[in-house]
Design a binder for this molecule. Structure first.
Ligand code: GUN
Length: 293
């Protein structure tokens, strides 16, 4: 039976270290790490995520501001706000919550964020640094960075000789995860919806990262005995056993089934999710330290 990787506990450990370092930066340099989170429109899921980012930032002792803009905000208005935040010395990290309304070009907004304040790690400069193995100076996207930390806790930092398979090729998770695994010497493969014989590729993985958005897709017979399985999926499915109309959260991995074969599996919730927000705090702290010289 696999070990359940306690992401909540590891995230709390990261947050308590960030909090201590932030206090030190404030005391020694008089710099308080500052984060600005921008949300456009009324998407309920985004509102929940943004509120929890603000709460966590305050818990870390950060200066935290939220800009809530109406759905009909124009692209030029959003660009102007990002430029203002780029120039604000009290702000070290800028996060524009995605998705943005359809009439706004997300790519233009992301590339407007100063690479030095790009705590999401989505700017071409940071994507390029990660892609060329400059992981010490890049801002790495928070979900892959958090997933990598969980992998390190199980297997260590050097993944030489291990096969890693990432299912999913998104710019936010799949591609940066692949690059991180490669930077840590894993033999990395990226698989996706058009991959032939996905199950047999996954069965070769010592490290399997699922980031596809398909509820409980990864079953026991996709998992190599003794593998480490990281579940990035967050899917809401009907849960009639909890009552009519009720739902519950599941990942992209069938947790109970995969746990019969793997050595370690992350649960949903309580696995990668809390790590994402912890890494956002860590990235903001790094941005603040860099600004202080
Ligand atoms: N929406 C869902 N995940 C993310 C993320 O990691 N960053 C931003 N900015 N928006 C998101």
């Amino acid at each position: 039976m696999a070990v359940t990787i306690n992401g909540k506990e590891i995230a709390e450990d990261v947050v308590s270290k960030v909090k201590a370092s932030a206090a030190d930066l404030i005391e020694t340099n008089g710099v308080t790490p500052g984060i600005a989170v921008v949300i456009v429109g009324e998407d309920p899921a985004s509102q929940v995520y943004v509120a929890s980012k603000g709460r966590k930032a305050r818990e870390c002792g950060f200066h935290s501001v939220q800009h809530t803009l109406p759905e009909e905000t124009s692209e030029d208005e959003l660009v102007a706000l990002v430029e203002k935040l780029n120039a604000d010395p009290l702000i070290h990290g800028i996060l524009v919550q995605l998705p943005l309304p359809k009439h706004i070009d997300s790519g233009r907004i992301i590339q407007t964020i100063s690479p030095d304040k790009d705590v999401d790690g989505f700017h071409f400069i940071n994507v390029g640094k990660l892609g060329t193995g400059e992981i010490e100076t890049a801002f790495v996207p928070c979900t892959p960075a958090g997933s990598m930390l969980l992998i390190e806790r199980i297997l260590g930092r050097d993944l030489s000789g291990l096969n890693a398979v990432v299912i999913g090729r998104s710019n936010i998770v799949g591609k940066p995860m692949f690059n991180l695994l490669l930077a840590h010497n894993a033999t990395a493969t990226i698989a996706h919806s058009k991959t032939k014989d996905l199950a047999s590729i996954c069965r070769n993985a010592d490290i399997l990262v699922a980031a596809v958005g398909r509820p409980q897709m990864v079953k026991a017979d996709w998992v190599k005995p003794g593998a480490t399985v990281i579940d990035v999926g967050i899917n809401r499915i009907p849960a009639p056993e909890k009552g009519e109309g009720k739902t519950r959260l599941v990942g992209d991995v069938d947790f109970a089934d995969a746990s019969t074969v793997a050595a370690a599996v992350t649960p949903v919730p309580g696995g990668v999710g809390p790590m994402t927000i912890a890494m956002l705090m860590a990235n903001t702290l790094v941005a603040a330290y860099r600004s202080a010289g």
